[in-house]
Design a protein around this ligand. Sequence first.
Ligand SMILES: [Zn+2]
Length: 76
Amino acid sequence: MCFYCKCNTTIPSFATHVVTYGMCVILVRNVPCEECEQCGEKYYSDEVMERLEIIVNKAKELASEVFVTDYNKRAA
Ligand SMILES: [Zn+2]
């Protein structure tokens, strides 16, 4: 269910999650999500959100300008 266009055509997909942190940009590739076929809006499950937070927090410790990581890569 898409909150934007109220359609019911979300399909399992993968996204690149981008976080801007001060001067630094953190990219997490291959994040599993549901994507709306109508408007392209992407949705993450609670489980994915939690894991993303861990990955991003870890990246903030290491990040300089651009930090690229992969969802499937172990954060610690
Ligand atoms: Zn939509």
